[in-house]
Design a protein around this ligand. Structure first.
Ligand code: GLA
Length: 376
């Protein structure tokens, strides 16, 4: 990928820039908890967005996307926002840096990636954090704190892409480190790294290829449900909520809102339980909690779909240690914690059974926990 990007940069702009990369992410557990001020437990993966970037001495940004085969040019003022959705991520990052008092000048860029799109692996966060990291390095002497770069990505989603997301994806993509998962407390933004190099297990993603796009999905609606319940409880978020408190207001809220909040309250504790289990090397408990999360995401939070429920059942039948839908939902992947010696058998079975039922094969990604945003 590196060579191809350099070659295209030379063709489009002449010479070469500086290469930067950032990663997609997985989340072991802690779904839809970030915007509820709960905990998440993600890590960056070995699937990246890579960009070659060079200041061009003008006030224009000129970018070419190799994968989409599209060239876009825009200025740095608010009214210059491009209409191409991929370019809005880059424009948003520029604007958010400027809004915070940072510097962005014109630049040329060529980028490509191997983070699967719409699979729930946060390709958009990888794109945002790659450019945020690069622009911090090129124009701001790296004075913007790394965590701030994640917030810049998140604000880009809110203000330019129509997704009212939490901080998890951008955080993971910026802060990720090889061989480590991170538990982030989304209330005070404190985080802790946990080594994750299980000898006997692997993480395997099974992509249903049901397209997932959070914009215009009920993602924002889920968030509104949680906010309504928190308000009814007189709390700033569901972080402090307990099952007892929720039962106390059951007749004041809709059944739907009740179920959404029930999932979030349970999920908050599951993240802590998984971290404890991981430290003890107790992968069986980690796996059990993953299945519980799937169940909650499917029945209470209702962000799964038949294809993903099917993949979860196949995993269970094969004896996979843990499996669940991952990310925002409404399509995308399951994440599976599987014993190494079971991996091939499981993958074969999942492909065959899924194909028989839905007429297309799922995609398989073996993932390794890797570094997040960086200069190459
Ligand atoms: C998407 C959002 C994240 C998070 C997850 C669900 O990936 O971008 O902020 O809310 O969904 O856990």
């Amino acid at each position: 990928m590196e060579k191809e990007i350099k070659k295209v940069f030379e063709e489009k702009f002449g010479g070469e820039g500086t290469l930067y990369a950032s990663a997609g992410r997985i989340n072991l557990i802690g779904e839809h908890t970030d915007y509820n001020e709960g905990y998440v437990f993600p890590g960056a993966i070995d699937k990246v967005i890579m960009a070659d970037i060079r200041p061009n001495g003008t006030d224009k940004v000129r970018v070419f996307s190799i994968d989409i085969n599209e060239y876009v040019e825009f200025g740095l003022n608010e009214e210059d926002a491009p209409s191409e959705s991929w370019a809005r991520y880059i424009f948003g990052v520029c604007r958010e840096i400027i809004k915070r008092g940072g510097v962005v000048k014109g630049f040329d860029a060529v980028f490509a990636g191997n983070v699967p799109l719409g699979a729930g692996l946060s390709s958009s966060a990888a794109l945002e954090s790659c450019f945020a990291f690069a622009l911090n390095d090129l124009f701001n002497d790296n004075k913007i704190e790394k965590f701030e770069l994640a917030l810049i990505g998140q604000s880009t989603e809110h203000n330019y892409c129509g997704v009212n997301c939490g901080i998890m994806d951008q955080f993971a993509s910026v802060m990720g480190q090889k061989g480590k998962l991170m538990r982030l407390d989304c209330r005070d933004l404190q985080y802790e790294y946990f080594p994750f190099n299980p000898e006997d297990y692997e993480l395997v993603l099974v992509d249903s290829r049901v397209k997932h796009e959070l914009k215009d999905s009920p993602y924002n609606k889920r968030r509104e449900s949680c906010e309504r319940v928190a308000k009814e409880l007189g709390l700033p978020s569901l972080r402090e909520a307990t099952f007892e408190m929720l039962d106390g207001i059951k007749d004041k809220i809709s059944e739907e809102d009740y179920k959404r909040a029930r999932f979030v309250i349970g999920e908050k504790q599951r993240v802590l339980d998984v971290c404890d289990a991981l430290v003890k090397g107790d992968y069986e408990t980690v796996g059990e909690k993953m299945y519980e999360t799937h169940n909650g995401l499917s029945k209470d939070y209702e962000v799964s779909c038949v294809e993903l429920d099917f993949l979860n059942d196949v995993a269970k039948e094969c004896g996979v240690t843990g499996s669940r839908i991952m990310g925002g939902g409404f399509g995308g992947c399951t994440i599976n914690l599987v014993k190494k010696d079971l991996r091939d058998q499981f993958v074969e079975k999942a492909i065959k059974a899924f194909n028989e039922k839905y007429g297309h094969e799922p995609k398989i990604y073996d993932v390794i926990i890797s570094d997040g945003a960086r200069k190459l």
